[in-house]
Design a protein around this ligand. Structure first.
Ligand code: GRF
Length: 206
């Protein structure tokens, strides 16, 4: 996490109400004052700040991350708004065990400021994606996507909010599928054992 941690909060809430069978071993941020750390502490979850200034290279930073995660026998690493490019040091330590959430329908609009990019492009739908992390930026195999309409009077804020609501649902769902061992990866494809089979579902906007 680097920031406000609303996805973290949704995960915590789902665990506390029994809708997600997982345990958060640690919350790590590169920002000392990240509200995500505060949220973790409020729920008695270990909260750790790893300072980029104390690590000369990206590899050294990621090695520190790996050390902290391994110490706590973490099975799955969930990124949410972690504003650093991660290196093979982290990826190789947790092969196919790092998830990220991104506020667009990948592969459309990877990178930053993506709600603005979606609005500027004039798309009629946008949404969010939970994917496994590989060595590219927002390129890993896709697990779940949620779709929202883009409305004529949308601003970056209104679209972001609409997308965020869905982020809060699909991240927990992806973690639950992982925890149940229902995700298998074949190349770019993630198959969900007993996933959705409705072939008639569609959306039209406007
Ligand atoms: C979310 O929009 C997520 O998709 C993106 O960064 C934002 C993090 O928000 N990767 P939060 O810190 O979880 O509130």
């Amino acid at each position: 996490m680097s920031g406000r941690g609303s996805n973290l909060q949704a995960i915590i809430d789902n665990i506390e109400k029994g809708a997600l069978s997982a345990e958060i071993a640690v919350v790590i941020s590169d920002q000392e004052d990240a509200y995500a750390l505060e949220r973790a502490r409020k729920h008695k979850i270990p909260a750790v700040h790893i300072d980029a200034k104390k690590h000369k290279t990206r590899d050294a930073y990621d090695a520190a991350l790996v050390g902290e995660l391994k110490k706590r026998t973490v099975d799955l690493v969930c990124l949410a708004g972690f504003m650093r490019i991660i290196t093979p040091v982290l990826i190789k330590a947790f092969p196919n065990r790092i998830l990220n959430i991104h506020p667009s329908l990948l592969p459309a609009f990877p990178g930053l400021h993506v709600q603005k990019k979606a609005l500027n492009h004039g798309v009629k739908f946008s949404g969010c994606t939970v994917h496994f992390v590989d060595e590219g930026v927002d390129t890993g195999p896709i697990i779940i996507q949620a779709v929202v309409p883009v409305l004529d009077n949308d601003t970056e804020n209104s679209l972001s909010e609409r997308i965020l609501k869905q982020e809060h649902k699909i991240y927990s769902r992806a973690i639950q599928l992982f925890a149940e061992g229902r995700l298998t990866i074949e190349g770019r494809h993630v198959f969900t054992i007993s996933g959705k089979t409705d072939t008639e579902e569609f959306l039209i906007n406007p």
